[in-house]
Ligand binder design. Structure first.
Ligand code: GLC
Length: 754
């Protein structure tokens, strides 16, 4: 039923549409990067005045946003306001843990709060739209963008997807202090061959629908206003022009009502892919597939291209319509979606941003408090032999903090951070000093230079252009031999060595795939030398992907995985190390022993001789070093009394599982209670385990709690290759509940038609 307001919006759209030229229509579908590249700004402002630009991205300065908006509203024929988008991935001014870290919190409510905070800060400077959440399921840690998503599991990914969309958008599109959520990259990008970013993806329909699609379905169901297509495609059809996936699946099956934007340059790229004949063919086929907006660099693109401003492929649409290659109706459909959105956001009434309120928003102490809590709840305690942690601040007199990442602000923040509040970043060293108190000496030694990529990031220049190179440890001017010795001596003379190792901010993210999972540079050598002093070692891991910890886990009694923990990361990790906060994060990815195991997932299929599943390689165990869903806390957790409300149910009925969780330890503990199912037989072999429920809880010393989880038919439905449709089987299910995917408390139920 259409409300009066909706009727009013639709009427305004139609009257605008009737007055627009073909060029102005194509302009509304054209989004340009606005980078500080000499010459590009004048070109773009001229295009804007001519009515050939509908949106910009990468403008974060509110005065620049207002001045571009003023051109659009006051100097173009129709005065249609601009849409400003940006990569608000894990924070805007206040930076939160990277998405893979946030997924490790297993706390959707917290994630909603985090993205709501990020939205508030971004909206304050005039950004209307986040190119987030990134919903790509990732099962290959060589792929650098594994850091940007929620890991390997579709159920966890779906819960984190809906939470983020709610956080970004609020109750409805256009809510004050909120922005459009743009789930990406639709769909399957994380399955890139060999973990090589941008490489081809070959997915079966079952894999697509049972693994990669569910997070997008959840994001759409939560009301996402935008979807971004993937650089790569499935079966040789690039994401930007896949009519089946965009129009039939996304809009037809999932009911998506928003607008679809391409990834950067990926319409022009259709020619590069060998899919489109030329840019006009690319533009026509992308638009006909259901794409609404082209994201374009505004510059010549690709190796060997001569630099200089250039229009996008969508600039050819007017000629395509005039030549009869494209029906104007198709163009109008896309323009309608963009105009409707701009009306819904109130941009015609309030196109400009209020410059006065920005610092107040940025300075809200609640933002940093949320960042600290998020970093605490994202951290995963992987190892704690002999309960070395928490460190006793009242007894300890000296801690050596070792490693270049311990005091590097950009490594603490991680990828997709540009010039926002870098100076206020709290590193691990800062945090330990803040929390140590007067009697505990904290001394630092970098030991080795900051590790660097063998092949520089293609975005290095961009990060510096946007002011991201934060002051870290200047390791250019130290004598490597002397510094290494100094670090070892410092460890020898201290009671505990906190060694901070892992990845810098450019070692994961886009264009950051790896062919190894080794600790980069001389980090392991440093760890060996520090451990050889005999001083107990606590390893704090900073990074955005699983790394090879086989040797490191033998050298240390405790390993705390902090991810890239964000602006308050150092305070959060220090609080966890000293026991002021309790670790409870769980792995959102299986942690391989070595790169040779990749991909290794928990939800694999059974196959020939399952009892040998852990011995498939003759060199080493085939099981991960740490399983999906694993993480320790400062105490024990006991599970008992797993019961089902029924052990025989009808095909479409729901079964409810209940379990008792007990904290027998004398300390408060954190736990993520997880429920897994396995279908024993049916029209397809199904994974040995699938996550279908979880709840993060805090238990006081001695507390016992009963939790319940529903297993509805929707949790048992899957896409069947034989039926080429979603099915429910009459079968028997195993159920496990526990603190990781290796849970062993078991029950079972049978499903029968009728
Ligand atoms: C990038 C990424 C995409 C990002 C966009 C704008 O190349 O693939 O995730 O949102 O371009 O920066």
């Amino acid at each position: 039923m259409t409300t009066d307001l909706e009727k009013n919006h639709l009427e305004r759209v139609e009257s605008l549409l009737d007055s627009m030229s073909l060029e102005e229509k194509a302009g509304q579908l054209s989004q340009y990067f606005y980078l500080q590249v000499p010459g590009q700004d004048k070109f773009l402002e001229a295009e804007l005045r001519a009515g050939r630009v509908g949106s910009f991205l990468f403008v974060t300065d509110p005065t620049k946003i207002n001045s571009l908006q003023r051109i659009a509203v006051e100097e173009t024929r129709l005065g249609i306001p601009l849409l400003f988008g940006f990569d608000v991935i894990h924070g805007f001014r206040t930076i939160f843990p990277v998405p893979l870290g946030m997924a490790a919190s297993w706390d959707p409510k917290l994630y909603e709060q985090v993205q709501a905070t990020a939205a508030r800060e971004a909206r304050a400077v005039g950004i209307h739209w986040a190119f987030a959440p990134m919903l790509d399921i990732a099962r290959d840690p060589r792929w650098g963008r594994i850091v940007e998503g929620a890991g390997e599991d579709p159920y966890l990914g779906a819960r984190m997807a809906e939470a983020q969309v709610r956080g970004f958008q609020g109750e409805t599109l256009g809510s004050a202090g909120h922005i459009i959520a743009g789930p990406k990259h639709y769909v399957g990008y994380g399955a890139a061959l060999g973990g090589r970013d941008y490489d081809e993806v070959n997915l079966s329909e079952s894999e697509l629908r049972n693994v990669y699609l569910p997070p997008f379905a959840a994001g759409v169901a939560a009301g996402a206003g935008n979807i971004m297509t993937s650089y790569v495609g499935i079966g040789g059809v690039p994401g930007a022009a896949d009519r089946r996936l965009i129009t039939e699946v996304l809009r037809g099956e999932l009911g998506f009502k928003g607008f679809v934007v391409s990834d950067a340059a990926s319409v022009v790229d259709l020619v590069t892919h060998g899919f489109a004949r030329d840019e006009r063919d690319a533009a026509v086929r992308a638009l006909s597939a259901g794409l609404d907006m082209e994201m374009w660099l505004g510059l010549q693109f690709g190796a060997g291209a001569n630099p200089g401003p250039k229009q996008g492929a969508f600039a050819t649409l007017p000629a395509a319509v005039e030549a009869g290659e494209l029906d104007e109706k198709q163009l109008n459909e896309a323009v309608r979606r963009i105009l409707l959105l701009k009306i819904q956001l109130g941009l015609f009434e309030q196109p400009y941003v209020d410059l006065d309120g920005i610092q107040t928003t940025f300075g809200d102490p609640a933002h940093r408090e949320t960042a600290r809590v998020a970093a605490e709840r994202s951290a995963v305690l992987l190892r704690n032999e002999g309960n070395k942690l928490p460190l006793d601040r009242t007894k300890l007199r000296s801690i050596a903090v070792i490693g270049p990442l311990a005091d590097n602000k950009m490594a603490t923040l991680g990828p997709w951070v540009f010039a926002q509040g870098l100076g206020a970043t709290v590193t691990v060293l800062d945090g330990l000093k803040n929390a140590a108190g007067d009697n505990l000496k904290i001394e630092f030694a970098s030991g080795i230079p900051l590790p660097s990529r063998a092949i520089p990031s293609p975005f290095a220049g961009m990060a510096e252009a946007l002011g991201s190179t934060a002051p870290g440890v200047s390791t250019d001017d130290f004598d490597e031999v002397e510094e290494f010795k100094r670090a070892v001596e410092l460890a020898r003379s201290s009671e505990v060595a906190v060694v901070v190792l892992g990845e810098t901010d450019d070692m994961n993210g886009e264009s950051a795939s790896r062919s190894t999972l080794d600790l980069p540079g001389r980090q392991l050598e440093l760890l060996e030398a520090v451990a050889a002093t005999g001083t107990p070692v606590v390893l704090v891991l900073i990074g955005g992907r699983p790394l090879d910890l086989r040797r490191a886990s033998q050298l240390t009694s405790a390993i705390l995985l902090g991810w890239h923990p964000g602006s308050e990361g150092g305070n959060a990790l220090a609080r966890l190390l000293f026991g002021d906060a309790v670790p409870g994060g769980k792995l959102p990815v299986s942690w391989p022993r070595s790169v040779g195991q990749v991909p290794v997932i928990y939800s694999r299929l059974n196959s020939h001789q399952p009892h040998t599943a852990s011995k498939r390689y003759w060199e080493e165990e085939s099981t991960p070093l740490y399983p999906f869903g694993f993480g320790l806390t400062y105490g024990q957790v006991e599970y008992s009394n797993l019961t089902l409300n029924s052990t025989n149910i009808g095909l479409n009925e729901t079964v409810t599982a209940s379990v008792e969780v007990h904290n027998p330890s004398g300390k408060q503990i954190e736990e993520v209670v997880q429920l897994y199912i396995h279908q024993r037989y049916g029209r397809a072999a199904r994974p040995v385990r699938e996550l279908k429920g979880f709840e993060r809880i805090t238990l006081a010393p001695g507390e016992k709690r009963t939790l319940s989880f529903e297993i509805p038919s929707s949790a048992r439905r899957y896409w069947s290759a034989t039926e080429q449709n979603y099915v429910l089987d009459e079968t028997t299910f195993d159920v496990w509940v526990g603190g990781s995917s290796a849970a062993d408390l078991h029950a079972e139920f049978t499903v029968k038609e009728g």
